[in-house]
Write a protein that binds this ligand. Sequence first.
Ligand SMILES: [Zn+2]
Ligand SMILES: [Zn+2]
Length: 146
Amino acid sequence: MNWQEVLSENGYRVSEPRRLVMQLLENSSQPLTPLQIYSALLQSGNTLGMVSVYRALELLTELCLVCLVYNSDGSPGYVLGMGGHHHHILCQSCHKAASFAGSEDLSALIEKVEADTNYRVKDHLLQLYGICPACQEKQSVRQEGN
Ligand SMILES: [Zn+2]
Ligand SMILES: [Zn+2]
């Protein structure tokens, strides 16, 4: 199911703001902040208000079509979502985002946290940082040059 179908299946129109935001995120491998989305749309000649950008992002996040992630400096950004339970990994060097399927491999940790805190764990937010293949390549080329 593509994102247009997800929207209409949930009773939403493929409005101009939603289409523009989705298109932009589809073409970006790095997370974009609402301000970056707003500026990029403005540069390509679309006069979409900041409020429309926020509203579109809010709905698209709710429908899991986009995901909120955090850059290694803590700044939030949006990337395309992937169906089902999944997590994101971000490159610390170029900020490129990738996603991976979430599995139940956190269950040992969750059990320990529940035992330690007496909380019942209901949900989690997991995101990893690392160095992407392209940046690893760049780094090894640099090292060989020394
Ligand atoms: Zn990278
Ligand atoms: Zn998970």
